[in-house]
Design a protein around this ligand. Sequence first.
Ligand code: PHE
Length: 338
Amino acid sequence: MQQTAIQEITAADTLDALQLVKTKYVGKSGLVTKELGTLGKLPPEERKTRGAEINVIRAAIQAALDEKEATLKRAALDAKLQSEAIDVTLPGLGLPSGGLHPISRVYDDLIAIFTRMGYEVAEGPEVEEEHYNFEALNIPWYHPARELQDTFWLEDGRLLRTHTSNMQIRYMVEHDPDLKMVSRGKVYRYEATDATHEAMFHQLEGLVVGDGISMADLKGTIAEMARGLYGAGAKVRFQPSYYPFVEPGADFAIYWNNPRGESKWLELGGCGMVHPNVFKAVDDLREQAGKPRLYEGKTGFAFGLGPERIAMLKYGIPDIRYFYANDPRVMGQFRGEL
Ligand code: PHE
């Protein structure tokens, strides 16, 4: 029996096969185990010698089993190490990194300039009620800006905001004066697109309210922003203009020398002194919300500008539609730069 067992152990070439041999001989009902069970039937004199014999056989089989098991395990481990061999010294593949969209970068620059000047940053809805986008901003129903071709109307009577000036109203209803606020976000106009017009674009709105705020404060603020964007030599220009929610109103432009040697006036946005009707509309909304009327008699200025225009000049992008076309040839140039 010992010999056959040893032969079978030698022949077993996997751990599973070896396990079968083990069970066959030294398992609970294995051949050796059974042989030990027959000892009780032998006369006492034979029992002792026979028992010793079987134990020797059993020890030999067990030793052969243990040795073979160790050999097979080592072989299995070697094979596994072979197949999973990884050269950890090879360089990795590297993941392509993204980058901040040029509009986000311009916003970040602008917000940094205004937070340095003590402005709070606010955000508000793009889907807006007519009242906040128009009425409260002193834009009556007959104003041309309300014409259907300018505004995306929603079926429930709301609209996609046409400017970020809705945030003037929302912020003043929520916050007591005095205040300094800037708000960034998307705006929508229902119009044909071309190199300088998109149906969706961005604005930065600014609002300052206090006592004795003047046009000089407004000009100084825009000039400070221009210096923050374009350096100490930046010039600003104001031209009278009309927006229903400011009086007087103006458009402003910044003169800028870019690294490509181009220098031109960049028409950037509108601004002006907050119209008294706007403060009145805010106090009406506050009263409806159970808040004190704190705005009538205050003074303030507001401005709104388009970061696309800054980004187009700064990065030499000739067409506003490139910003939103997701063309990797354009946006790929901003990879990795944060
Ligand atoms: N909301 C105006 C626009 O979209 C810009 C503006 C903002 C003008 C604030 C004056 C004051 O054109």
